[in-house]
Design a protein around this ligand. Structure first.
Ligand SMILES: [Mg+2]
Length: 405
């Protein structure tokens, strides 16, 4: 048993974020089954509660969702707008605490230590005030979980969705854990759950009470970190300045598996544009690119290429990608493709090759910059690689997904 509040962290998670954003600006659609479509319009990215009741799930193909909801409203994702709402939501959280970790587009961890005294309110009241402010200012609802560490705050946040606040103080941890099946712990899926069942570990309290050696043997080091958090200790501190990514990958499936390599080229270049956007945003350069492919039998192929020196130059990387596409083994039907940029380093360390000519390198940098500027202003893919034309109208001009893609 630990004290009530040796440390306090809140997890804030928007409810059905993309769908809520659409409802906030289209209030006349409230009460209807609304679905937001992902990239290339092929799958459901978010759904309103009415669509959920009809059986629609996230990542479901559009044609299946249309069968379940023939009168549903289908909206193409507008990521520029969602990013704007996300930034406003994070700004509200920063008004409440100086330490906020943006965990995803619609989730954040907030350091609550010291806030009770500062606002003269209980954690419960602070959670409710945060929800209220986000609802009033942005028109979307969020759920809040407050506990002694990240894992417990996140698990707490889940149980009172939508639009709820859950408080799990140190002394209430055991009572809370006893109600939660182990499969609800982030990182423990169905098969691990089945394994634990054999040891009569069914709820989280059972797991938290098992010896460390048992958890280590079954789930390794990561499992032990999680087990410590279930016991109220801290394995994962708040990172208000998250570390830069180690690699950037962007991949997706075709609507239907294809054998035409021009389609593979189109989708691979579409993802190259997206991966490079993320690379530019992090001001990084890459030493390696891998063309990722998965065939209809779900076998995965990776064709890697190592650059002679790290780069972020679109033309240089595009030329390499084209050569990797030429190496694709024949006779396959492809289900998905994409690119992974890896061995990333800080873009400031970029050095121009004396023999290549600094002027040439600077010119292509200027083209990349101008392209990024136009796409930022007029929407992603306004200016894009000609290879994406193989995708036909599927790669139409899209809104920017600033901070996300
Ligand atoms: Mg959410």
């Amino acid at each position: 048993m630990i004290n009530n509040w040796p440390n306090t962290i809140a997890h804030i998670d928007a409810d059905a974020f993309f769908a809520s954003c659409e409802l906030a600006r289209n209030p006349h659609l409230r009460g209807k089954p609304l679905m937001v479509l992902g990239k290339l319009d092929s799958c459901i990215l978010a759904k309103s509660p009415e669509a959920k009741i009809a059986g629609v799930t996230t990542a479901m193909p559009v044609w299946d969702a249309k069968k379940l909801c023939p009168n549903g409203v289908f909206i193409q994702g507008d990521f520029r707008y969602y990013t704007l709402i996300s930034r406003q939501m994070m700004a509200i959280l920063c008004e409440w605490s100086p330490v906020v970790e943006v965990y995803s587009v619609d989730e954040a961890f907030v350091d609550m230590n010291g806030l009770r005294g500062m606002y003269r309110k209980s954690f419960d009241q602070i959670g409710d005030k945060i929800r209220e402010q986000i609802k009033n200012d942005l028109g979307i609802t969020v759920s809040v979980g407050v506990s002694v560490n990240k894992t417990l705050a996140k698990m707490g946040c889940e149980i009172n969705k939508p639009d709820g606040t859950t408080i799990i103080s140190g002394r209430k941890i055991d009572e809370f854990l006893a109600k939660i099946p182990v499969t609800d712990v982030p990182g423990i899926g169905y098969s691990r759950g089945e394994l634990l069942k054999k040891y009569r570990v069914e709820n989280c309290l059972h797991l938290a009470k098992m010896p460390q050696s048992f958890v280590q043997r079954l789930f390794g080091k990561m499992g032990v970190l999680l087990w410590r958090e279930l016991r109220g200790e801290i394995s994962f501190p708040i990172l208000s300045d998250p570390p830069p990514p180690k690699n950037i990958g962007r991949t997706s499936s075709f609507e239907k598996p294809v054998s035409d390599l021009r389609m593979v080229e189109g989708l691979a270049f579409f993802h190259l544009e997206r991966a490079l956007n993320a690379l530019y945003r992090h001001r990084m350069i890459a030493s390696e690119i891998t063309l990722h492919l998965r065939n209809k039998d779900f076998q995965i192929y990776g064709i890697p290429y190592q650059f002679s020196k790290p780069t972020a130059d679109f033309f240089k990387i595009a030329k390499v990608l084209k050569s990797l596409i030429n190496q694709i083994p024949s006779g396959h039907i492809w289900r998905s493709t994409g690119v992974i940029l890896s061995k990333l380093s800080d873009g400031k360390s970029l050095q121009y090759d004396l023999f290549e000519g600094a002027e040439k390198a600077l010119n292509s940098e200027k083209v990349d910059e101008a392209k990024a500027h136009i796409n930022e202003k007029y929407g992603q893919f306004t200016v894009r690689s000609g290879s994406t034309l193989y995708l036909g109208g599927k790669c139409k001009k899209q809104s920017n997904r600033m901070g996300l893609i």
